[in-house]
Design a protein around this ligand. Sequence first.
Ligand code: PTJ
Length: 248
Amino acid sequence: MIPKTHPRYESLLLRDKVKNAFKEGYLADSGMIAHGRGESFDYLIGEKTTETAKKACEASVAMFFLAENPVLSVNGNTTALAIDEIIELAKVVDAKIEINLFYRTKKRVAIITKMFKDRGWDDILGTNEETLEYINNLNSPRATASKNGSYIADVMLVPLEDGDRAEVLVENGKKIIAIDLNPVSRTAKMSTITIVDNIVRAVPLMTKIATEFKEKGLNEDKEFLETIVNNFSNEENLKDSLASIKLK
Ligand code: PTJ
């Protein structure tokens, strides 16, 4: 039991979620290492959403509303930290949700599927091994792509993964939105938009922005949305994110 008065309460709560997800069998052991990596970057940006990350969230929402087939990809860490928030975002931007695991096992897929179904999200994609497609030029289990989901997606949210996939998905003509606290990761550099923020803050913020756009009818204003997307430079945004890291 973590006392609420502990100065690192929020951070310890997230650690608990990750530890429990590992014990429950759906978070990869490496997921705990990935979380530690994220924690250290979060510490350096002050554990709050920067103005730079807000801009990236706004551009992402605009990109979702312009998309024909938006897909939110989820892995073990994303499920552990933000399952409810991902479902909320999917509802507001009308996106599909697809399981994609680097350390893919039937057991992990089954547990994550059940967690989404228990929350009322029945149409979780990426689960049926027999009907899965595979993305070319990707030699890891992350290559799995469901026919109605990431295989045909034009815009994809790819949170908390680094390495091989973002680059190949971009080469396949998709617009990739990454959430990654590490602004110098391969994924951060290769993605169309990278939100350098903790997933637990970034996803609710996107939902909030999307809801505000909808209330004003801006989700259907193509010119407004395109202006936001065209004014966004991932390279510049990453430079600004890097500058927000304080070493004192
Ligand atoms: O569930 P699986 O099998 O798909 O495996 C997932 C992991 C996370 C193990 C796998 O994708 C992996 O090894 O990831 P990496 O290469 O460690 O990259 C994870 C990235 O996410 C790192 O750059 C971290 O800084 C970042 N990160 C970690 N926690 C958070 C985060 N970014 C945003 N919010 C976080 N809470």
